[in-house]
Design a protein around this ligand. Structure first.
Ligand SMILES: [Zn+2]
Ligand SMILES: [Zn+2]
Length: 205
């Protein structure tokens, strides 16, 4: 069994500061590994799909996932799906078995109401400057809370590597004329556009 807490030190070293989201990623990753009965990915035996977007709260989750699963940016076996969510799907590429683990929304919202967020992070204080006595209890809580209070763990399922590895569907953005992979398309009014064009169009409204 993988013990997420055993990876706290190396996680902090990689991540650079104390926060509750990196340990949340450690625990989510460990739960997924234990469900699949797999060890850390030394080579590319595992694939991690994280639903994180960009520039949002608790993004640090991804570093916890990388630390414990060994699915890393450098090895290219972690993918960011860009949903702005916190689900982790871990795939054992040798067997095609996979499981999705996601922190419970209610638990995450509770954490956002604690002083770490309300008194420090949301007031612009960098995480490196939050006092340890504020953040340490949150980290402890991530490891000590019952699993079912913190996470929803899906059934182990067969991940279809073939269809999900390469996606050939695409269209041409009606605003910039560049090709976009189908599922990254967005609709603004009646125009079908790419994500950067959507952002520009929404900002100029
Ligand atoms: Zn962090
Ligand atoms: Zn475009």
């Amino acid at each position: 069994m993988v013990d997420p807490k055993a990876f706290l030190e190396s996680g902090l070293e990689l991540h650079g500061h104390k926060c509750p989201a990196m340990p949340l990623g450690l625990r989510a990753g460990a739960i997924a590994m234990n469900r699949l009965g797999v060890g850390r990915s030394g080579a590319k035996t595992l694939l991690a799909l994280v639903e994180l977007g960009d520039d949002h709260c608790a993004h640090c989750f991804g570093d916890g996932v990388q630390t414990v699963t060994g699915c890393t940016f450098g090895k290219g076996n972690i993918k960011q799906l860009g949903y702005g969510k916190f689900g982790l799907t871990l795939v054992d590429k040798r067997t095609g078995r996979a499981v999705r683990v996601v922190p419970k929304g209610e638990a995450q919202m509770q954490t956002k109401k604690t002083p770490f967020f309300t008194e420090y992070r949301m007031k612009g204080v960098p995480p490196t400057e939050v006092p340890e006595e504020v953040v340490d209890p949150l980290i402890e809580q991530v490891f000590s809370s019952p699993e079912d209070a913190m996470f929803t763990v899906g059934e182990v399922f067969d991940y279809d590597m073939a269809t999900k590895e390469e996606d050939f569907s695409s269209f041409v953005c009606e605003r910039c004329g560049e090709m976009v992979v189908e599922r990254y398309g967005r609709v603004v009014g009646d125009a079908r556009v790419c994500i950067p064009c959507q952002e520009t169009m929404l900002a100029s409204r």
